[in-house]
Ligand binder design. Structure first.
Ligand code: 5AD
Ligand code: SF4
Length: 512
């Protein structure tokens, strides 16, 4: 295990930091905190991952939150959403209760996302607003956690310009939340606990899941792919897979509790098991076991095309409770750009994989992530993204303008594409995607689909909303007691983003 990456959080150091506002904080971090380094990170495979099973809240901290409330705001991906569930579970065990208002909270945590610059700007904006909340309630503890806390530049900026923050802790330090809160309560200085080591697996953390219908289960942590634009391998550490038995037990528990849907989570789930030294076992094997558990719907995300193997396709073809939706980020349609992105596949390989998936799972809805405006992307290269989108016919896509992330290889590339060209390309791409989505949705009209009812529609409380297995949003009128159930709906109306329908009680032929 590396230990040199541990930030020194002794009080003396905090005092020194707080007293000397003009100090160059990056100097301080250079000795104690490893900023993103591709070279160092790529050596990570040789380090050993520890599996810790003895998490517990120290006796003296078990009641520290009784009569107090916490509020967590989550930014970014499902991994963060799930980390929030773990933090909520820990806080509950310390006696804290949840609140949905920042005004009556005793602890506010911002669980942040670093994937693009605008995600970070939102957090800095929110920290500005919370300055007033903190002024009105000096006993409030304000914490910043999640991916942004793993970035040296962000920690420096908070230390120097956001004194209202009481605690900063990283993605590897969540299990230390009780001790971090204790330090913050009894110290006047900002508590910083960010480990730049590559991360362990902590098994028995408590969780306060959001709702009791859809459950998320981490199957692995971290990412070793190092796509040149992406900050995740640095903020989330190295790839490390949970043991199959621990995952299967967690899914079984969700089944016993009556959950209707489980999503297996990881940054690159197709690399599941590659780090096992004594076991030849991958995502396909895991899915093949989990599909036998009595959970009506089983999903997994996010996939990397490079590691998506035939064994997994063979298991997906078995259908059953495995939903017919696959999120398969392509990022770009041109092989030269894919190479510069270090995606480790070509356009042709990707299309070949899509062909195999469509042959094995004919009803599969495919969705993707796409980046436009990667450094020096030419018009012709961008058009290859458009042509790939038309060829695959995605049901939906998340599209992004490339955002340079400090410390990543792509951030050093000189870029000759003006922002207005990137914006215009994004619009053109979205227009093509929307046309395809609408056409795909129209094909559902007249068919009966199964919908997991998630709640009332935000726009109209008389309308219920939910998802099909293929991840289409369906809105329809039906009694509220159906929330949490899987029901049949006849589709009557198709829009770009969702379907409208009528609830059908009788048995009908189901297509999805
Ligand atoms: N700029 C823009 N989009 C990015 N993504 C990841 N890093 C960046 C970046 N630097 C996108 C990718 C990824 C999704 C989660 O976010 O498309 O799949
Ligand atoms: Fe980022 Fe995904 Fe690439 Fe990993 S595989 S580096 S998380 S884009």
């Amino acid at each position: 295990m590396r230990s040199e990456g541990v930030l020194d959080t002794t009080k003396d150091n905090h005092k020194e930091l707080a007293n000397d506002k003009k100090r160059d904080y990056s100097q301080y971090f250079q000795t104690t905190y490893a900023p993103p380094s591709l070279k160092d990170a790529k050596k990570r495979g040789k380090e050993q991952v520890q599996i810790l099973k003895d998490f517990s809240i120290p006796e003296n901290l078990k009641d520290i939150g009784v009569g107090k409330k916490f509020y967590i705001r989550t930014y970014g991906c499902q991994m963060n959403e799930h980390d929030t569930e773990v933090m909520a579970g820990i806080l509950n065990e310390m006696g804290y209760e949840t609140t949905d208002s920042t005004e009556d909270a005793d602890i506010i945590l911002l669980n942040t996302c670093a994937i693009r610059e605008n995600a970070e700007n939102k957090v800095f904006g929110e920290l500005g607003h919370l300055k007033h909340t903190k002024a009105n309630n000096p006993n409030l503890l304000l914490g910043v956690c999640g991916c942004m806390s793993q970035e040296e530049s962000v920690v420096n900026r908070i230390l120097s310009t956001y004194p209202q923050v009481d605690m900063i802790f990283g993605t590897h330090n969540i299990h230390r939340l009780p001790q971090i809160i204790e330090n913050a309560l009894f110290s006047k200085e900002m508590v910083v606990e960010v480990w730049s080591k590559e991360g362990d697996i902590v098994e028995n953390l408590p969780r306060k899941r959001k709702g009791n219908v859809k459950g998320w289960v981490n199957i692995m942590y971290g990412c070793d792919k190092f796509c040149t634009y992406c900050i995740v391998p640095y903020t989330r550490g190295k790839e490390r897979s949970r043991h199959p038995q621990d995952i299967i037990e967690e899914v079984r528990q969700l089944a016993r509790e009556g959950y209707k849907e489980v999503t297996l989570l990881g940054q690159n789930v197709n690399a599941y098991g590659k780090d096992f030294e004594d076991l030849d076992y991958g995502l396909g094997d895991l899915m093949d076991e989990i599909r036998k558990i009595d959970i009506p719907r089983l999903r997994f995300t996010t996939s990397h095309p490079r590691d998506f193997d035939d064994r997994l396709i063979e298991v997906l073809a078995k259908g059953g409770n495995i939903v017919d939706h696959i999120h398969l980020p392509v990022q770009h349609g041109n092989s030269d750009i894919l190479k510069l992105m270090a995606r480790k596949y070509t356009r042709e390989h990707y299309l070949e994989l899509v062909g195999k998936i469509k042959a094995a799972v004919p009803n599969a809805a495919l969705t993707t992530d796409i980046i436009v405006g990667f450094p020096n992307e030419t018009e012709e290269q961008f058009e290859e993204t458009l042509s790939l989108v038309k060829e695959v016919e995605y049901d939906a896509a998340y599209t992004f303008i490339y955002s340079p992330r400090e410390g990543t290889p792509a951030a050093k590339m000189v870029d000759n594409v003006p922002m207005e060209v990137k914006r215009e390309r994004l619009q053109r791409l979205n227009a093509v995607l929307n046309d395809i989505s609408l056409e795909k949705n129209k094909a559902y009209v007249g068919k009966v689909v199964e919908v997991l009812v998630e709640g009332e529609s935000k726009k109209n409380p008389n309308v219920l909303t939910g998802h099909t297995g293929s991840n289409k949003v369906v809105n329809f009128k039906a009694p509220k007691h159906l929330i949490g159930e899987i029901v049949k709906v006849r589709v009557t109306d198709a829009k770009t983003w969702n379907l409208g329908g009528e609830w059908v009680e009788e048995k009908s032929e189901v297509v999805s």
